[in-house]
Ligand binder design. Sequence first.
Ligand SMILES: C[S@@+](CC[C@H](N)C(=O)[O-])C[C@H]1O[C@@H](n2cnc3c(N)ncnc32)[C@H](O)[C@@H]1O
Ligand code: SF4
Ligand code: SF4
Length: 361
Amino acid sequence: MSKIINLKGKFFPVVGRALRWHFRHYLLRKDSPLMATLLLTNRCNLKCKMCNLWKDPKKNTLAPKVFKQAIDDLSLLGCAYVSFGGGEPMVVKDLFSYLSYAAARIPFVNMVTNGQQLDSRAVRELAKTKMDMVSISIDGLRETHDEIRGIPGSFEKAIGAIENLKRYAPGIGITVNTVISPWNVDELLELSDLIEDLGVLHKFQPIFHHPVFEGQVIQDADWQMTAPKIERLREIVRVLRRRKSVANSAYFLSSISTHFTSENRGRLFKERCKSVHFYCEVREDGRLFVCTEGMGWKGGFNLFDHTLKEVYYSLDYRKTAKRLRDCKRCQKVLPICYMEPRIAFPVTSFIKYTVIPSLFS
Ligand SMILES: C[S@@+](CC[C@H](N)C(=O)[O-])C[C@H]1O[C@@H](n2cnc3c(N)ncnc32)[C@H](O)[C@@H]1O
Ligand code: SF4
Ligand code: SF4
Protein backbone atom coordinates (compact mmCIF):
# COMPACT_ATOMS: atom_id res chain seq x y z
CA MET A 1 0.00 0.00 0.00
CA SER A 2 2.65 2.53 1.09
CA LYS A 3 4.87 1.45 -1.85
CA ILE A 4 2.05 2.45 -4.18
CA ILE A 5 1.08 5.80 -2.64
CA ASN A 6 4.75 6.81 -2.22
CA LEU A 7 5.50 6.08 -5.80
CA LYS A 8 3.48 8.95 -7.18
CA GLY A 9 4.66 11.88 -5.08
CA LYS A 10 1.18 11.99 -3.52
CA PHE A 11 2.47 11.07 -0.09
CA PHE A 12 1.79 14.46 1.55
CA PRO A 13 -1.79 15.13 0.34
CA VAL A 14 -2.76 11.54 1.18
CA VAL A 15 -1.09 11.56 4.60
CA GLY A 16 -2.61 15.00 5.37
CA ARG A 17 -6.12 13.63 4.80
CA ALA A 18 -5.27 10.46 6.73
CA LEU A 19 -4.21 12.59 9.72
CA ARG A 20 -7.45 14.54 9.47
CA TRP A 21 -9.35 11.22 9.51
CA HIS A 22 -7.58 10.21 12.77
CA PHE A 23 -8.41 13.57 14.34
CA ARG A 24 -12.11 13.28 13.41
CA HIS A 25 -12.40 9.61 14.32
CA TYR A 26 -10.58 9.55 17.64
CA LEU A 27 -11.26 13.05 18.96
CA LEU A 28 -14.59 14.08 17.39
CA ARG A 29 -15.94 10.47 17.16
CA LYS A 30 -16.97 11.08 13.52
CA ASP A 31 -16.25 8.86 10.51
CA SER A 32 -15.38 9.94 6.98
CA PRO A 33 -14.72 8.03 3.74
CA LEU A 34 -10.95 8.33 3.40
CA MET A 35 -11.00 5.67 0.69
CA ALA A 36 -13.68 4.75 -1.85
CA THR A 37 -14.24 2.40 -4.76
CA LEU A 38 -16.53 3.30 -7.65
CA LEU A 39 -17.68 0.32 -9.69
CA LEU A 40 -18.60 2.24 -12.84
CA THR A 41 -20.23 -0.56 -14.82
CA ASN A 42 -20.85 -4.31 -14.80
CA ARG A 43 -20.39 -4.51 -18.58
CA CYS A 44 -17.20 -6.14 -19.79
CA ASN A 45 -15.29 -7.06 -22.94
CA LEU A 46 -13.78 -10.27 -21.50
CA LYS A 47 -15.25 -13.51 -20.13
CA CYS A 48 -12.99 -14.52 -17.25
CA LYS A 49 -13.72 -17.92 -15.80
CA MET A 50 -13.30 -16.88 -12.15
CA CYS A 51 -15.53 -13.79 -12.50
CA ASN A 52 -19.33 -13.66 -12.25
CA LEU A 53 -19.71 -9.93 -12.86
CA TRP A 54 -19.84 -10.07 -16.66
CA LYS A 55 -22.54 -12.77 -16.42
CA ASP A 56 -24.94 -10.54 -14.44
CA PRO A 57 -28.02 -10.27 -16.72
CA LYS A 58 -28.87 -6.81 -15.34
CA LYS A 59 -26.50 -4.43 -17.11
CA ASN A 60 -25.86 -1.00 -15.60
CA THR A 61 -23.48 1.92 -15.88
CA LEU A 62 -23.24 4.59 -13.19
CA ALA A 63 -25.33 7.66 -14.08
CA PRO A 64 -23.17 10.80 -14.69
CA LYS A 65 -25.25 12.84 -12.24
CA VAL A 66 -24.75 10.30 -9.44
CA PHE A 67 -21.06 10.00 -10.30
CA LYS A 68 -20.39 13.77 -10.08
CA GLN A 69 -22.35 14.22 -6.87
CA ALA A 70 -20.54 11.24 -5.31
CA ILE A 71 -17.09 12.65 -6.21
CA ASP A 72 -18.07 16.14 -4.97
CA ASP A 73 -19.21 14.68 -1.65
CA LEU A 74 -16.21 12.37 -1.29
CA SER A 75 -13.93 15.35 -1.86
CA LEU A 76 -15.85 17.40 0.69
CA LEU A 77 -15.66 14.59 3.27
CA GLY A 78 -11.87 14.32 2.99
CA CYS A 79 -11.47 11.31 0.68
CA ALA A 80 -7.80 10.75 -0.27
CA TYR A 81 -8.04 7.72 -2.58
CA VAL A 82 -10.59 6.64 -5.17
CA SER A 83 -10.33 3.47 -7.22
CA PHE A 84 -12.40 2.93 -10.38
CA GLY A 85 -13.40 -0.63 -11.16
CA GLY A 86 -16.22 -2.65 -12.64
CA GLY A 87 -16.91 -4.71 -14.82
CA GLU A 88 -14.49 -3.08 -17.18
CA PRO A 89 -14.22 0.69 -16.62
CA MET A 90 -12.64 1.26 -20.07
CA VAL A 91 -15.93 0.34 -21.80
CA VAL A 92 -17.65 3.35 -20.17
CA LYS A 93 -18.24 6.00 -22.84
CA ASP A 94 -17.29 9.10 -20.83
CA LEU A 95 -14.54 7.46 -18.78
CA PHE A 96 -11.84 10.05 -19.52
CA SER A 97 -14.02 12.93 -18.37
CA TYR A 98 -14.93 10.91 -15.24
CA LEU A 99 -11.25 10.36 -14.46
CA SER A 100 -10.42 14.06 -15.02
CA TYR A 101 -13.29 15.09 -12.78
CA ALA A 102 -12.11 12.80 -9.99
CA ALA A 103 -8.39 13.66 -10.36
CA ALA A 104 -9.17 17.38 -9.97
CA ARG A 105 -10.86 16.69 -6.61
CA ILE A 106 -9.30 13.60 -5.00
CA PRO A 107 -5.52 13.37 -4.32
CA PHE A 108 -5.01 9.80 -5.58
CA VAL A 109 -7.02 8.20 -8.41
CA ASN A 110 -6.55 4.58 -9.45
CA MET A 111 -8.25 2.44 -12.11
CA VAL A 112 -8.35 -1.37 -12.29
CA THR A 113 -8.63 -2.57 -15.89
CA ASN A 114 -8.07 -5.62 -18.05
CA GLY A 115 -6.00 -3.38 -20.35
CA GLN A 116 -7.72 -4.49 -23.57
CA GLN A 117 -8.52 -0.98 -24.77
CA LEU A 118 -5.34 0.80 -23.72
CA ASP A 119 -3.92 1.43 -27.19
CA SER A 120 -1.61 4.42 -27.76
CA ARG A 121 -4.51 6.80 -28.46
CA ALA A 122 -6.42 5.82 -25.31
CA VAL A 123 -3.28 6.06 -23.19
CA ARG A 124 -2.55 9.60 -24.44
CA GLU A 125 -6.11 10.55 -23.40
CA LEU A 126 -5.55 8.89 -20.02
CA ALA A 127 -2.40 10.96 -19.48
CA LYS A 128 -4.45 14.16 -19.94
CA THR A 129 -6.80 13.19 -17.09
CA LYS A 130 -3.99 13.55 -14.48
CA MET A 131 -5.01 10.32 -12.80
CA ASP A 132 -2.33 8.57 -10.73
CA MET A 133 -2.30 4.84 -11.19
CA VAL A 134 -3.47 2.09 -13.55
CA SER A 135 -3.71 -1.49 -12.26
CA ILE A 136 -3.71 -4.03 -15.08
CA SER A 137 -4.90 -7.58 -14.52
CA ILE A 138 -2.62 -10.32 -15.84
CA ASP A 139 -3.27 -13.86 -14.62
CA GLY A 140 -0.53 -15.91 -16.23
CA LEU A 141 1.79 -16.28 -19.18
CA ARG A 142 0.28 -15.95 -22.66
CA GLU A 143 -1.62 -19.24 -23.00
CA THR A 144 -2.81 -19.43 -19.38
CA HIS A 145 -3.90 -15.79 -19.27
CA ASP A 146 -5.89 -16.12 -22.52
CA GLU A 147 -7.47 -19.34 -21.27
CA ILE A 148 -8.50 -17.76 -17.91
CA ARG A 149 -9.66 -14.50 -19.50
CA GLY A 150 -11.73 -16.31 -22.13
CA ILE A 151 -10.56 -14.32 -25.19
CA PRO A 152 -7.50 -15.17 -27.33
CA GLY A 153 -5.02 -12.31 -27.70
CA SER A 154 -5.91 -10.70 -24.35
CA PHE A 155 -2.40 -11.31 -22.91
CA GLU A 156 -0.79 -9.52 -25.86
CA LYS A 157 -3.08 -6.53 -25.35
CA ALA A 158 -2.51 -6.36 -21.59
CA ILE A 159 1.29 -6.36 -22.07
CA GLY A 160 0.86 -3.79 -24.88
CA ALA A 161 -1.11 -1.63 -22.43
CA ILE A 162 1.85 -1.58 -20.01
CA GLU A 163 4.24 -0.65 -22.81
CA ASN A 164 1.91 2.13 -24.03
CA LEU A 165 1.53 3.52 -20.51
CA LYS A 166 5.29 3.61 -19.99
CA ARG A 167 5.77 5.36 -23.31
CA TYR A 168 2.82 7.76 -23.59
CA ALA A 169 1.81 8.35 -19.95
CA PRO A 170 5.02 8.32 -17.91
CA GLY A 171 3.30 10.28 -15.12
CA ILE A 172 0.89 7.41 -14.41
CA GLY A 173 2.07 4.64 -12.08
CA ILE A 174 1.50 1.03 -13.15
CA THR A 175 0.78 -2.08 -11.12
CA VAL A 176 -0.13 -5.55 -12.33
CA ASN A 177 -2.82 -7.53 -10.47
CA THR A 178 -2.67 -11.32 -10.56
CA VAL A 179 -5.39 -13.60 -9.23
CA ILE A 180 -3.73 -16.73 -7.79
CA SER A 181 -5.69 -19.77 -8.92
CA PRO A 182 -5.08 -23.50 -9.49
CA TRP A 183 -4.62 -22.65 -13.18
CA ASN A 184 -1.56 -20.43 -12.74
CA VAL A 185 0.30 -21.54 -9.58
CA ASP A 186 3.06 -23.24 -11.55
CA GLU A 187 3.92 -20.14 -13.54
CA LEU A 188 3.61 -17.41 -10.88
CA LEU A 189 7.37 -17.01 -10.50
CA GLU A 190 7.93 -16.78 -14.25
CA LEU A 191 5.16 -14.20 -14.44
CA SER A 192 6.74 -12.28 -11.56
CA ASP A 193 10.09 -12.30 -13.47
CA LEU A 194 8.33 -10.89 -16.53
CA ILE A 195 6.59 -8.12 -14.56
CA GLU A 196 9.85 -7.27 -12.77
CA ASP A 197 11.60 -6.99 -16.16
CA LEU A 198 8.88 -4.60 -17.30
CA GLY A 199 9.80 -2.42 -14.29
CA VAL A 200 6.33 -2.19 -12.73
CA LEU A 201 4.81 -3.20 -9.39
CA HIS A 202 3.01 -6.53 -8.94
CA LYS A 203 0.14 -7.43 -6.57
CA PHE A 204 -1.30 -10.87 -5.85
CA GLN A 205 -4.86 -11.79 -4.83
CA PRO A 206 -6.03 -15.35 -4.11
CA ILE A 207 -9.11 -16.46 -6.04
CA PHE A 208 -12.46 -16.43 -4.23
CA HIS A 209 -16.03 -17.27 -5.21
CA HIS A 210 -17.98 -14.32 -6.59
CA PRO A 211 -21.66 -14.02 -5.71
CA VAL A 212 -24.19 -15.47 -8.15
CA PHE A 213 -26.58 -12.70 -9.18
CA GLU A 214 -30.31 -13.06 -9.52
CA GLY A 215 -31.35 -14.50 -12.88
CA GLN A 216 -27.75 -15.34 -13.77
CA VAL A 217 -26.89 -18.39 -15.81
CA ILE A 218 -24.53 -20.27 -13.51
CA GLN A 219 -21.27 -21.03 -15.25
CA ASP A 220 -19.15 -21.16 -12.11
CA ALA A 221 -15.69 -22.43 -12.84
CA ASP A 222 -15.06 -25.47 -10.73
CA TRP A 223 -11.76 -24.84 -8.96
CA GLN A 224 -9.96 -26.40 -6.07
CA MET A 225 -6.47 -25.86 -4.77
CA THR A 226 -4.95 -29.32 -4.25
CA ALA A 227 -2.50 -30.02 -1.38
CA PRO A 228 0.57 -30.19 -3.71
CA LYS A 229 -0.40 -26.83 -5.27
CA ILE A 230 -0.77 -25.24 -1.81
CA GLU A 231 2.66 -26.58 -0.85
CA ARG A 232 4.15 -25.16 -4.05
CA LEU A 233 2.42 -21.84 -3.32
CA ARG A 234 4.08 -21.68 0.11
CA GLU A 235 7.52 -21.89 -1.54
CA ILE A 236 6.53 -19.30 -4.17
CA VAL A 237 5.30 -16.85 -1.54
CA ARG A 238 8.64 -17.16 0.29
CA VAL A 239 10.39 -16.01 -2.91
CA LEU A 240 7.85 -13.26 -3.65
CA ARG A 241 8.33 -11.76 -0.17
CA ARG A 242 11.92 -10.89 -1.07
CA ARG A 243 11.10 -9.21 -4.40
CA LYS A 244 11.12 -5.42 -4.64
CA SER A 245 8.52 -5.44 -7.43
CA VAL A 246 5.93 -7.17 -5.20
CA ALA A 247 3.63 -4.52 -3.72
CA ASN A 248 1.63 -6.69 -1.26
CA SER A 249 2.41 -6.21 2.41
CA ALA A 250 4.40 -8.97 4.14
CA TYR A 251 1.34 -9.66 6.33
CA PHE A 252 -0.93 -10.20 3.32
CA LEU A 253 1.64 -12.42 1.58
CA SER A 254 2.06 -14.54 4.69
CA SER A 255 -1.70 -15.15 4.73
CA ILE A 256 -1.96 -16.38 1.12
CA SER A 257 -1.12 -20.08 1.37
CA THR A 258 -2.88 -20.51 4.72
CA HIS A 259 -5.94 -18.96 3.01
CA PHE A 260 -6.34 -22.06 0.87
CA THR A 261 -6.21 -24.39 3.89
CA SER A 262 -8.72 -22.24 5.81
CA GLU A 263 -6.13 -21.76 8.61
CA ASN A 264 -6.67 -17.99 8.47
CA ARG A 265 -10.22 -18.06 9.78
CA GLY A 266 -10.41 -16.11 12.99
CA ARG A 267 -6.63 -15.64 13.04
CA LEU A 268 -5.91 -12.60 10.86
CA PHE A 269 -7.57 -9.72 12.70
CA LYS A 270 -8.38 -9.95 16.39
CA GLU A 271 -9.93 -6.49 16.53
CA ARG A 272 -13.27 -5.44 15.01
CA CYS A 273 -13.38 -4.30 11.38
CA LYS A 274 -12.12 -0.71 11.15
CA SER A 275 -12.71 -0.49 7.40
CA VAL A 276 -16.36 0.43 8.01
CA HIS A 277 -15.11 3.70 9.52
CA PHE A 278 -12.94 4.84 6.60
CA TYR A 279 -14.16 3.11 3.44
CA CYS A 280 -17.25 3.04 1.18
CA GLU A 281 -18.25 1.73 -2.23
CA VAL A 282 -20.54 2.99 -4.98
CA ARG A 283 -21.93 0.44 -7.39
CA GLU A 284 -22.88 0.86 -11.06
CA ASP A 285 -26.62 1.02 -10.28
CA GLY A 286 -26.13 3.99 -7.94
CA ARG A 287 -26.16 2.15 -4.63
CA LEU A 288 -23.78 3.10 -1.82
CA PHE A 289 -22.34 0.27 0.29
CA VAL A 290 -20.38 0.41 3.55
CA CYS A 291 -18.65 -2.67 2.12
CA THR A 292 -20.09 -4.72 -0.77
CA GLU A 293 -18.54 -7.99 0.37
CA GLY A 294 -19.52 -7.47 4.02
CA MET A 295 -23.11 -6.67 3.02
CA GLY A 296 -23.22 -9.81 0.82
CA TRP A 297 -23.70 -7.64 -2.33
CA LYS A 298 -27.25 -6.99 -1.17
CA GLY A 299 -29.14 -3.90 -0.05
CA GLY A 300 -27.17 -0.68 -0.23
CA PHE A 301 -28.32 2.94 -0.08
CA ASN A 302 -29.83 4.61 -3.12
CA LEU A 303 -27.86 7.63 -4.38
CA PHE A 304 -30.67 8.58 -6.77
CA ASP A 305 -32.81 9.54 -3.78
CA HIS A 306 -30.16 11.14 -1.55
CA THR A 307 -26.64 12.47 -1.98
CA LEU A 308 -23.65 10.48 -0.75
CA LYS A 309 -23.13 12.97 2.07
CA GLU A 310 -26.77 12.67 3.20
CA VAL A 311 -26.62 8.88 3.13
CA TYR A 312 -23.21 8.73 4.80
CA TYR A 313 -24.46 10.67 7.80
CA SER A 314 -27.86 8.97 7.97
CA LEU A 315 -28.82 6.84 10.94
CA ASP A 316 -29.39 3.79 8.71
CA TYR A 317 -25.92 3.99 7.21
CA ARG A 318 -24.31 4.36 10.62
CA LYS A 319 -26.36 1.43 11.96
CA THR A 320 -25.18 -0.77 9.06
CA ALA A 321 -21.57 0.29 9.61
CA LYS A 322 -21.86 -0.48 13.30
CA ARG A 323 -23.28 -3.93 12.58
CA LEU A 324 -20.49 -4.68 10.09
CA ARG A 325 -17.80 -3.99 12.67
CA ASP A 326 -18.27 -7.66 13.69
CA CYS A 327 -18.02 -8.95 10.12
CA LYS A 328 -15.32 -11.61 9.62
CA ARG A 329 -15.67 -11.98 5.86
CA CYS A 330 -12.14 -10.73 5.06
CA GLN A 331 -10.66 -13.72 6.84
CA LYS A 332 -12.60 -16.07 4.59
CA VAL A 333 -12.12 -14.28 1.28
CA LEU A 334 -8.79 -12.40 1.70
CA PRO A 335 -9.84 -9.56 -0.64
CA ILE A 336 -6.83 -7.37 -1.34
CA CYS A 337 -8.88 -4.17 -1.76
CA TYR A 338 -10.18 -4.40 1.85
CA MET A 339 -7.34 -6.33 3.48
CA GLU A 340 -4.40 -4.15 2.47
CA PRO A 341 -6.05 -0.93 3.68
CA ARG A 342 -6.92 -2.67 6.97
CA ILE A 343 -3.29 -3.78 7.36
CA ALA A 344 -1.96 -0.25 6.71
CA PHE A 345 -4.66 1.82 8.39
CA PRO A 346 -5.39 3.36 10.90
CA VAL A 347 -2.10 3.97 12.66
CA THR A 348 -2.80 1.33 15.36
CA SER A 349 -3.15 -1.35 12.65
CA PHE A 350 -0.10 -0.04 10.80
CA ILE A 351 2.00 -0.53 13.92
CA LYS A 352 0.50 -3.95 14.67
CA TYR A 353 0.57 -5.46 11.16
CA THR A 354 3.41 -3.61 9.45
CA VAL A 355 5.91 -2.08 11.88
CA ILE A 356 6.08 -4.83 14.54
CA PRO A 357 6.27 -7.81 12.07
CA SER A 358 9.02 -5.98 10.14
CA LEU A 359 11.11 -5.79 13.33
CA PHE A 360 11.01 -9.58 13.68
CA SER A 361 11.34 -10.64 10.02
C1 LIG B 1 -13.68 -7.52 -11.14
S1 LIG B 1 -12.24 -6.88 -11.87
C2 LIG B 1 -12.73 -5.32 -12.54
C3 LIG B 1 -11.65 -4.61 -13.32
C4 LIG B 1 -11.24 -5.20 -14.65
N1 LIG B 1 -12.32 -5.68 -15.40
C5 LIG B 1 -10.15 -6.22 -14.50
O1 LIG B 1 -10.36 -7.40 -14.79
O2 LIG B 1 -9.06 -5.81 -14.08
C6 LIG B 1 -11.27 -6.35 -10.46
C7 LIG B 1 -10.20 -7.34 -10.05
O3 LIG B 1 -10.84 -8.49 -9.50
C8 LIG B 1 -10.12 -9.63 -9.95
N2 LIG B 1 -11.00 -10.79 -9.87
C9 LIG B 1 -11.96 -11.17 -10.73
N3 LIG B 1 -12.55 -12.32 -10.32
C10 LIG B 1 -11.96 -12.67 -9.15
C11 LIG B 1 -12.12 -13.77 -8.24
N4 LIG B 1 -13.05 -14.72 -8.44
N5 LIG B 1 -11.32 -13.82 -7.16
C12 LIG B 1 -10.40 -12.86 -6.93
N6 LIG B 1 -10.20 -11.79 -7.75
C13 LIG B 1 -10.98 -11.70 -8.85
C14 LIG B 1 -9.71 -9.25 -11.36
O4 LIG B 1 -8.66 -10.05 -11.87
C15 LIG B 1 -9.30 -7.80 -11.18
O5 LIG B 1 -7.94 -7.70 -10.85
S1 SF4 C 1 -12.35 -9.98 -14.07
FE1 SF4 C 1 -12.58 -7.99 -15.06
S2 SF4 C 1 -12.15 -8.45 -17.22
FE2 SF4 C 1 -12.58 -10.38 -16.28
S3 SF4 C 1 -14.77 -10.69 -16.66
FE3 SF4 C 1 -14.52 -9.80 -14.59
S4 SF4 C 1 -14.81 -7.65 -14.92
FE4 SF4 C 1 -14.37 -8.55 -16.92
S1 SF4 D 1 -14.46 -7.62 7.55
FE1 SF4 D 1 -13.86 -7.25 5.41
S2 SF4 D 1 -15.66 -7.82 4.24
FE2 SF4 D 1 -16.35 -7.50 6.36
S3 SF4 D 1 -16.99 -5.35 6.48
FE3 SF4 D 1 -14.85 -5.45 7.08
S4 SF4 D 1 -13.71 -5.02 5.16
FE4 SF4 D 1 -15.79 -5.60 4.60
